[in-house]
Design a binder for this molecule. Structure first.
Ligand code: GAL
Length: 439
């Protein structure tokens, strides 16, 4: 008993010291935080992390912030890929209910910056030397007019294939090393009465599959030409036609009852032996762990055949919005500081399925798929094979991504549409969306 209360006192003292060091002016009332117990600052964090593993990962942050006296309001909006969360963000801004931080990625960070609603994390980023801890490509993306406005959490790889090993054995199908082997395996699985692929639940999931398939047919240069430069000849090329043909194969072998199901439901199907494979970014790894399986063992993780050298990356970032009090600004700074700290980077990324974005953080104790991801990342970085993910908003602005997704979804849902037609439509829709977004 006594030692428990002493621990409590010690904790309260530590908290007071921490608060002293962040200098929360005027106490709880001045911060507008009455009713938050001993919390002396708070922050609304808009995001789309609502699956089991994703909310656990956010729980890590909530707890670490609470230890520093900051109450984090986890404003999570369901919908993988964040389409719904982005709509909510816009409507919150319209109703003058700005979050302190919001999940925003890729070129959208700069787009938001132009609105004038964006705050600054420049002091904390500079005093904590972020530029020494982050890959230059990632570091650059966090700035607006030379000042840091966003903080990165993780690095996810998109081009993964998750495979239930025992179903493969049952169908006498080897772990595929090439596209042709994969197609062969899919046939075997189907004949054995096993659902070959879980997926197809919504446009974002199909777009994510297509993303990896494009990397399976073209190299990093092609990928960038198509999705970063939006080059019409690459978008309508034979290589793109091949990617659509591969998507048709995947669609044919996908669970026909999958429509409307979430990505984590599909991961659960692979873990529980209801489907053999899923093509998905490694947030699926977070779901595998959350379902009680060890990634790499029961469920194998391999690069989608044809993408062994490719690393389509997705970096989750949170952008700071302008806040109206010093205490809220301090809460923002503590948020950003905590996210880059090694302790958070390790705990969060283990739960989330990603690897630490802070390159100074060790991977000791991470599962074998995380190690594979890290090796692939460093190899791709060295060979200039890293590409920003089209499907996860890392490569282009919203209107262009929307146009790509429209064409991909139309093709997926129209059995009679040819791959040639799809590639041609892709080039013209992207061109139009790109021109419109520049108006
Ligand atoms: C992505 C996000 C990932 C993952 C996924 C599914 O856009 O970057 O971290 O959470 O959505 O929700």
């Amino acid at each position: 008993m006594i030692s428990t209360s002493l621990t409590r006192i010690a904790r309260a003292t530590a908290l007071a010291v921490a608060l002293g060091s962040v200098g929360v002016a005027g106490g709880a009332n001045a911060a507008g935080n009455s009713g938050n117990g001993d919390m002396k600052g708070q922050i609304d964090v808009l995001n789309w992390w609502t699956s089991g593993s994703e909310s656990k990962a956010m729980g890590v942050l909530k707890q670490m912030l609470a230890q520093k006296g900051i109450k984090m309001n986890n404003d999570a909006v369901s919908g993988g890929g964040g389409g719904n969360a982005r709509t909510v963000l816009k409507s919150r801004i319209q109703s003058h209910n700005m979050p302190g931080m919001a999940q925003i990625k890729g070129p959208k960070i700069q787009q938001w910056c132009k609105t004038g609603f964006i705050g600054s994390l420049d002091n904390v980023a500079k005093s904590d030397n972020w530029s020494k801890k982050l890959a230059p490509r990632i570091n650059k993306n966090l700035k607006c007019n030379g000042k840091y406005v966003a903080v990165p959490f993780d690095i996810h790889r998109i081009n993964w294939l998750w495979i239930n090993r025992s179903l493969m054995k049952k169908a006498n199908a080897p772990i595929p090393q090439s596209w042709d082997q994969l197609v062969n395996d899919l046939g075997k699985l189907k004949s054995a009465g096993i659902t070959p692929i879980a997926g197809g639940g919504d446009t974002w999931q199909v777009g994510t599959e297509f993303d990896a398939l494009v990397a399976s047919v073209g190299d990093a240069q092609f990928y960038r030409k198509a999705f970063v430069d939006l080059d019409s000849s690459a978008l309508s090329s034979k290589t793109m036609v091949k990617a659509f043909k591969r998507l048709r194969v995947i669609e044919k072998y996908t669970d026909s009852n999958g429509s409307g199901l979430s990505w984590n439901h599909d991961t659960g199907m692979v873990v529980n032996g209801k489907a053999a494979m899923q093509i998905m970014g490694d947030w699926a790894k977070g779901a595998i762990t959350n379902d009680g399986a060890t990634p790499g063992k029961k469920v194998a993780c391999i690069a989608l055949p044809g993408t062994q050298n490719a690393y389509i990356y997705n970096v989750d970032t949170f952008e700071a919005f302008k806040v109206n009090s010093k205490s809220k600004q301090k809460a923002q700074n503590i948020f950003a500081k905590t996210v880059m700290e090694p302790q958070f980077q390790r705990q969060f990324n283990k739960v989330k399925g990603s690897i630490p974005v802070n390159e100074k953080v060790s991977l000791k104790g991470f599962d074998q798929c995380a190690h594979k991801s890290s090796e692939a990342y460093h190899k791709a970085k060295k060979n200039d094979d890293l590409v920003p993910s089209m499907s996860q908003d890392m490569a282009e602005v919203g209107a262009v991504k929307g146009a790509i997704f429209d064409v991909v979804a139309k093709f997926y849902n129209s059995p009679n549409m040819t791959a040639q037609e799809a590639a041609k439509t892709l080039a013209s829709r992207v061109k139009q969306a790109d021109q419109m977004s520049k108006l």
